[in-house]
Design a protein around this ligand. Structure first.
Ligand code: GLU
Length: 329
């Protein structure tokens, strides 16, 4: 089996150092194994995706030297295929039409009552109580033919669990009862994230998904979609997060330019050095060493060397001499 990995950024901002590190690890894994490194721009969130962001992501990757081995895939071009997959699952009875009207405007007190009920149900909430889940196919077909709007939801089995052996975090399990009947297609025909990712990873023949650990919960949902489609999921390796100095979430909104790749390019950093710095945010070759050439990183990189604990990006806000991590400087 030859390895095929992908970096799949959403173009909703500039290339963040966490994303650049994800790109680097995918790139190193592909080069280490003699596989292919692919790039997919996940531009399905039309409201938030911008061309400017895509440009800035491509520029950041170019600066770092991570050229994809095949043509770039733009996820929005695949929407028809995503819809076809949802319709196939519907036809096979593995998904159902949900005719619940889109949130009708409700006054404040009703909203409060709904919230209160959700709170009362708490953890015991039955995720399989959608009234349309077991609507006879003939009735569902007739209502759809009559022009009624519907979303398509995956019919998640009542009992059982999803499990996968994450290459970094080990065995991950989740009871089906903890996962809702997830929406695959919105009522306006818009495919949702988990469906799109699975369809595209299948089509691109991705063998290993290497991405941030904030996607661990999504992975369980994606495995349900793989199972429904009768496909074997890829190998998953989730990466520790990169935290701000106060161990809070590192974000472009809060921390600004210090997390943007192009800041370093524009400040005259050497790409090779910055790659070296990124490689050590959450990975090590189990040796006391900090300086690596790209070829050395490629030779030494392994999924086993990725840490489980989050990495800290140690910059000093308000101190112009130490505006970014000392190690990067
Ligand atoms: N587009 C997703 C993100 O930027 C990544 C999805 C994935 O790698 O599967 O977080």
């Amino acid at each position: 089996m030859s390895v095929r990995v992908r970096f799949a950024p959403s173009p909703t901002g500039y290339l963040h150092i966490g994303s650049a590190r994800t790109a680097l690890f995918n790139f190193l894994y592909a080069r280490h194994t003699g596989g292919k490194f692919l790039l997919r721009i996940e531009d399905t969130d039309l409201a938030r995706s911008t061309e400017e962001s895509t440009r800035s992501i491509l520029e950041g990757l170019k600066w770092l030297g991570f050229a994809p081995d095949e043509e770039i895939v733009f996820q929005s071009n695949n929407a028809e295929k995503h819809r076809a997959a949802a319709n196939q699952l519907l036809a096979e009875g593995k998904a159902y039409r949900d005719f619940t009207p889109k949130e009708a405007p409700v006054d404040g007190s009703v909203k409060e009552a709904i919230k209160e009920r959700a709170r009362a149900q708490g953890a015991d909430k039955n995720m399989r109580d959608n009234p349309y889940r077991d609507l006879p196919a003939s009735e569902s077909d007739a209502r759809a033919a009559g022009g009624e709007a519907f979303a398509i939801r995956l019919k998640v089995a009542e009992s059982g669990k999803t499990s996968f052996d994450d290459k970094v975090y080990g065995l991950q399990e989740r009871e089906y009862s903890e996962t809702e009947d997830l929406v695959l297609l919105r009522s306006d025909g818009h495919p949702l994230y988990n469906l799109a990712v699975v369809c595209d990873d299948i089509e691109m023949e991705i063998t290993h998904v290497i991405r941030g650990q904030d996607h661990l919960t999504n992975t369980h949902k994606q495995i349900l979609i793989y199972e429904a489609l009768g496909r074997t999921p890829p190998v998953f390796a989730h990466l520790p997060l990169i935290m701000a100095p106060n161990k809070g979430k590192l974000s472009k909104r809060k921390h600004g330019e210090v997390v943007s790749m192009t800041t370093y390019r524009d400040a005259g950093f050497i790409a090779a050095a910055f790659r070296n710095f990124l490689a050590l945010l959450g990975w090590s070759a189990s040796e006391e060493r900090e300086i690596y050439s790209l070829n050395e990183l490629i030779r030494k990189f392994s999924l086993e060397g990725i840490h489980r604990s989050n990495a800290v990006f140690n910059f000093h806000e308000g101190d112009p001499k130490r505006w970014t991590d000392d190690k990067a400087l």
